[in-house]
Design a protein. Structure first.
Length: 121
């Protein structure tokens, strides 16, 4: 599956002449897929922080809009890795943000961070 994704993104990159290396493009594609599967219900399809899951549980917190470069500049890759691994509560944020330690590999978390970063404009 992953290799199919690699080939597809490689072709896409070749066609579009993107400056991304095939490896970076594959990371991005893998991160996008994971985010759609596991994060969009809260963080929203576009990363705006408006997923339906938050309303469902009446969450009293709003995640940062991942598309907002200025706001996301306050989040280092390390800090993002930490909140994804350990969950919100462990880093002094809301426990609505789940912990993914043991559920996602380090490589998957890297892919997610690459994807989240790519959204900021
Ligand atoms: C059940 C809802 C929920 C799910 C699912 C969820 N998050 Fe979150 N996440 C939150 C909330 C709420 C916050 C804000 C916490 C705060 O500010 O106190 C947050 C915060 C974050 C932050 C810090 C920046 C920000 O957006 O505020 C990152 C990075 C993050 N989440 C990544 C992820 C990733 C990656 C996934 C999927 C693997 C994910 N989250 C899944 C609810 C969720």
């Amino acid at each position: 599956m992953k290799s199919v994704l690699r080939i597809l993104t490689f072709l896409l990159v070749a066609l579009l002449g993107s400056p991304l290396s095939p490896a970076a493009a594959a990371e991005l594609a893998a991160g996008a897929k994971l985010a759609a599967q596991r994060c969009a219900k809260c963080h929203g399809k576009t990363g705006a922080g408006d997923g339906p899951g938050l309303k469902k549980i009446n969450a009293d917190v709003v995640p940062v809009d991942w598309r907002n470069r200025a706001l996301m500049a306050k989040w280092s890759d390390e800090a993002m890795g930490r909140i994804i691994r350990e969950g919100g509560k462990a880093v002094g944020k809301s426990d609505v943000m789940p912990r993914y330690r043991g559920k996602l590999t380090d490589a998957q978390i890297e892919d997610l961070i690459t994807f989240i970063r790519s959204l900021a404009r």
